[in-house]
Design a protein around this ligand. Structure first.
Ligand SMILES: [Zn+2]
Ligand SMILES: [Zn+2]
Length: 508
């Protein structure tokens, strides 16, 4: 599967490079050409191939041919009664095909229009998915709690696995037995109670790791801090106030040694700060500016949360960056990844329907017999069929591969990174575990934001609706108990690849 996906991916990239050149050279002409091809495809399918899928009831066809509204209205019910199953099949097939066409269009539009997620602006203004201003704390807490629950489930699975793999001790100490059996009994349970979730949410494993992007344009310090989640901003604030107290102390110490009197305890300043830290949550831009003082407008590189990558085409950092897609003319990231995958899946299903139902028409079009479709030229049928067969196969491979790496808890970039990390770990002879992998099904549930902990049901995957991502771009479900908090097992910070190294790997 991996090598097949790689071949398809490479061919796509070559094709994309040509398309890029063409869009650069032809611009609107290329867009018009695409619209023309889609239009030709839809018209050809419904006018020639669809009747093979579900023939129009002959009695109804006769009625329509009279072209008299009164005849049609009066004769509709008797005509339907003559061929009820044929009519039902026709209606169902038509609604099914119309739904597929609509879903393809909807998911493409969403993938193009929905922002992939920016570090400074969050995900989307529409749902207030921002980390700024009063009330931001509330929805962020919900994401963290969900991540914690998934982590506990993943932890149980890990413990169960290690218990199974360990050879049984001949003389086990009596104390170890009850603990082991409790864990083994609990492993089947995916229900996590609130106390457990709270405990997990407070642990170091879920702590957010933030770096800075030196490739992005610099921003004002207050803006960079305003985009941090509350708990990280709190850390920054504490550090700054400690620094301030230390500076004051050293000044006073200098004065004291000069005057020989005066006493100040470092705890005084820290105590006052602890009180004010509590009010740091839900603070506004003005509050942040106030505690930063003169430094508020200093320019700094913007923060870069984990799973964020810098896109060299868009020249910005994208949350949970997957890849830059020329077909969408933007990146695929946290905000639009769901629509991108569903677009590929629906389009390959559409192509599959065309390939299955279109064969008799194709055979007719290449024969020298009579051509019964007055408004559809033979070349339209051949073009549509050939395009659907090639695109359908390529898209099916690509979407299956994409779904697989999602189920492994990876993005496209992380997949190539993790392949490298596995190799590094193999050389060091240590085990590698992807910290974001919380189990095959759980990863998929998180990706689509469905399942027990979400307010969306499984059926919402099929619905053309806007569904917000499970994460805010900072807080992620992680496998707990991995030693180094929040990092892949087996990989030290020095082994981690930089954006440039990732790019070099991609190009290889
Ligand atoms: Zn950047
Ligand atoms: Zn991009």
């Amino acid at each position: 599967m991996r090598s097949l996906a790689l071949v398809v991916h490479r061919s796509f990239r070559k094709f994309e490079a040509c398309a890029d050149w063409l869009t650069g050279a032809a611009g609107p002409v290329f867009v018009l050409l695409c619209l023309f091809l889609v239009g030709v495809g839809v018209w050809t399918f419904f006018s020639t191939m669809f009747p093979y899928l579900a023939p129009f009831p002959p009695t109804l066809a006769k009625l329509v041919k009279t072209r008299s509204p009164i005849h049609i209205i009066l004769g509709l019910l008797p005509a339907l009664a003559q061929h009820p199953w044929l009519a039902l099949r026709w209606v169902l097939a038509l609604s099914g095909c119309a739904f597929i066409v609509y879903s393809i269009g909807y998911h493409y539009m969403m993938a193009v229009r929905e922002p992939p997620g920016s570090v400074l602006d969050g995900l989307s203004d529409e749902l207030g998915e921002r980390r700024l201003g009063p009330g931001s704390e509330h929805w962020w807490q919900r994401h963290r709690r969900r991540a914690a629950r998934e982590s506990v489930v993943a932890l149980r699975r890990r413990q169960h696995k290690s218990l199974q793999n360990e050879p049984p001790l001949p003389l086990a100490p009596p104390r170890a037995t009850p603990a082991a059996t409790t864990i083994a009994a609990r492993v089947v349970s995916t229900v996590v109670d609130d106390d457990e979730a709270d405990e997990a949410a407070e642990s170091d494993d879920l702590f957010t790791i933030a770096k800075m992007c030196h490739k992005c344009p610099r921003v004002a310090l207050w803006r960079a801090l305003a985009s941090l989640p509350p708990e990280l901003r709190e850390v920054e604030r504490r550090l700054r106030s400690v620094k301030k107290v230390e500076q004051q102390q050293s000044h006073q110490h200098q004065r004291k040694s000069a005057n020989g009197n005066g006493h100040h305890s470092p705890v005084d300043g820290w105590g006052q700060d602890q009180d004010t830290v509590q009010s740091a949550r839900g603070e506004t831009e003005d509050d942040i500016r106030a505690w930063l003082g003169d430094e508020a407008d200093n320019l700094v590189p913007p923060p870069k949360p984990e799973r964020t990558h810098h896109c060299s085409v868009c020249e910005t950092c994208v949350l949970k960056f997957d890849h830059h897609c020329p077909w969408l003319n933007q990146c695929v990231g946290l905000g639009n990844e769901r629509y991108f995958l569903l677009f590929m899946a629906w389009l390959s299903l559409g192509c599959f329907v065309v390939v299955c139902s279109g064969f008799p028409v194709v055979r007719q079009s290449i024969s020298f017999g009579r051509w019964e479709y007055r408004y559809t030229p033979r070349v339209f049928v051949l073009l549509t069929y050939a395009l659907c067969a090639i695109m359908g196969f390529a898209l099916a491979v690509m979407s299956t591969w994409q779904a697989l790496i999602i189920a492994w808890g990876e993005t496209s970039v992380e997949n190539s990174d993790n392949t490298h990390y596995r190799e590094v770990c193999r050389r060091k002879n240590v085990a590698f575990t992807n910290v974001y992998d919380v189990g095959f099904l759980h990863n998929l549930e998180l990706y689509f934001n469905v399942g027990a902990q979400s307010r969306h049901g499984y059926l919402s995957i099929l619905a053309p609706w806007r569904i917000e991502p499970y994460s805010d771009g900072w807080h992620w479900a992680k496998t707990m108990g991995m030693g180094l908090a929040g990092r892949h097992e087996g990989i030290s910070p020095d082994d981690e690849l930089t954006d440039d190294e990732e790019q070099a790997q991609e190009d290889r």
